[in-house]
Each structure stands twice: as C-alpha cells, then as structure tokens.
Write a protein that binds this ligand. Structure first.
Ligand code: ZN
Length: 315
C-alpha cells in the first residue's frame, strides 16, 4: 500500500523525501476542501488530474520514449512521462534532467540510439530539485564526468538528494539570468520558483531550416496536491514567488515549448505527427500560452480555495 501511494505521488513524494522542511509543506496540516477544478480552453481539470497528466503511471516514468530530434540541435532522450533533453554541440553535449537514478541506463541508451556518445555529455543541468528530475545526477556525473550546474536557490534541496548515500554533485552554482555556453549554444537559466525554490526554466535558440527559434523548457508551474500556498511557514511568500514565476514565464519569447514532463507540451501527440509533412509540430507558440493559462488558472484556484479554508478555520 505504501509503495502504491509513493508511486502515485511521484514528484510530490520525491519532495517529501528531500527533507523534513519540504515534507512539512504537505500532509494533514494542509487546508482541506472540495477538489479544486478549473476549465481552460474548453477542458475541465482537477488538481489531481493535472498532476497525474504530468507524472503518468509508474511504467510511464521508467519506460524510454522513442528518442527523437525535436528541432535544431535539441533531442528527446527521456521516458514517457519524465523529460530528458540532449543539446548537441561540436564541443560535446548538454544533458537536461537525469530523472530517477534507475532511468540513467535508459537515457544513455537513447543517446546512443541517436548516434551520440554518452561520454560526450559535458554539462548536466536540471529543471528542479525533485527526485523525478534530478536524482540521477551523481550517476550521470560518474559515467560522463559532466559538470553539474544548478541555480543557487535549489542547491539546499539538491544537497538533500542522496540516492544510495551518494552526495549530490554541484560543480557550479548559477544565478537567475545566467547563461551556460557550450560549442556555440547558450542555455539561459530563468528562476521560476514556487514548485521548488530554485525551479529553473531554461531557454535557448535553435537554428533549423535556416530560421532561428526560441525554445523554452518549462521547469514546472504545477501546484502538487497537498502543497501549501497559504500559511507556509518554511516559505511564507510562496504564493508571491509562484505568481512571479508566471510573470517571468509569460515574458519569455517562445516558438518551441518543452517541459520537465512531456505532458506539458503534448509530446506524444506531436511526435505522432513528425515526418508526416507540414511544419515541425513542436513549433507551437499557442501551445505555450495555453499551458501557462492552464497552470496559472489552477494555481489561482488552489490559492483561492486554501485562502478560503484558512479564513474559515480562523473564524
Ligand atoms: Zn517536481
């Protein structure tokens, strides 16, 4: 039963496992109320459904998705529900998201299936300090020698992530707006906190068919079930931080939306359209806006429900 619950919680369970301060943000003390539901672009979602869309089932988290070129020099090498991206340059590669440690062999295989060498990964980045995105960092570093870089605000949570007791490697601490350059490609780290303190949205430009496109890799704008937005003693300004992340995200130019979970950009549906003629399906600026609208509507609805529950409790 315990295992089932953990598998279901995924990202949130990883957060709880990261340390007592994070786990204090969840659980029975979180204000309870009726399930929060929003309707955006004609589709209704509960908070739980949106969370489930992202993390998928246990098999989705560990089964490699067909590795593929997305656009320009960026490739997909992750599983069905946990994204991992490979940015290929003449001076080696950047890997974004090691995901769970047990997935690292599958990621390595996907990289090799695309004709690249895993040992050419020079830099390892991540979306945010939850185990389903960054637990495998130590193993990737061990296998490739890559430099692991993370935004300062996520460093404490990453340092709590020690699979098998291995310390989490951090070779360089980054700051909001800083660029990571390799072989002519620069990835820029944008601090989009809320989901974690240092949740990072990565942007880069790719050239494809003689045109330049803006790529945005959403770190996460999701409010996991049980997450405390009100009376959060560890992060009192959590709701303001979250709101700021939406502001930052909306200001980013985006032609190609990607995200730490493939559900954030409808990967499977776009992948099915690849090579069938017409423009590259991953070029989808409207999809980026729709995802922000959905995530922000859910955030606002959860915040309102928790504020209502908190003021009722105070009466
Ligand atoms: Zn997460």
């Amino acid at each position: 039963m315990k295992l089932f619950t953990l598998a279901l919680l995924g990202c949130a369970a990883a957060a709880a496992a990261a340390g007592p301060s994070l786990s204090a943000q969840r659980g029975p003390n979180a204000p309870q109320g009726p399930p929060v539901q929003v309707t955006v672009n004609g589709r209704a979602w509960t908070q739980q459904e949106l969370f489930q869309r992202n993390i998928g089932g246990p098999n989705d988290q560990t089964t490699a998705f067909t590795p593929h070129k997305i656009i320009g020099n960026i490739y997909y090498v992750g599983t069905t529900s946990l994204s991992s991206f490979l940015v290929v340059t003449p001076q080696g590669h950047v890997l974004i998201n090691s995901t769970y440690e047990r997935n690292v062999p599958a990621i390595q295989k996907s990289v090799e299936q695309l004709g690249f060498r895993f040992s050419d990964v020079k830099i390892l980045l991540g979306s945010h300090a939850h185990g389903d995105h960054q637990e495998g960092d130590a193993l990737v570093k061990q296998l490739t020698g890559a430099q692991v870089m993370a935004i300062a605000e996520d460093v404490p949570a990453l340092e709590n992530m020690k699979p098998g007791g291995k310390p989490h490697p951090i070779d360089k601490v980054l700051h909001d707006g800083e660029g990571v350059a390799l072989g002519g490609t620069t990835l820029v780290a944008h601090l989009t906190p809320g989901h974690t303190r240092g949740c990072t949205t990565w942007t880069m430009k790719v050239v494809d068919g003689g045109r330049t496109y803006d790529v945005v890799i959403i770190g996460s704008l999701g409010v996991n079930p049980g997450f405390k937005l009100v009376n959060n003693t560890d992060v009192p300004r959590i709701a303001d931080e979250f709101a700021g992340a939406f502001k930052v995200s909306r200001a980013l130019p985006c032609d190609v939306p990607l995200g730490s979970h493939p559900g954030m950009y409808n990967m499977a549906e776009k992948f099915a359209r690849l090579g069938k003629g017409g423009p590259n399906p991953f070029i989808d600026p409207a999809g980026y806006k729709a995802e922000l609208d959905l995530d922000e509507a859910m955030f606002r609805a959860v915040l309102a429900a928790q504020q209502k529950a908190a003021s009722a409790a105070n009466r």
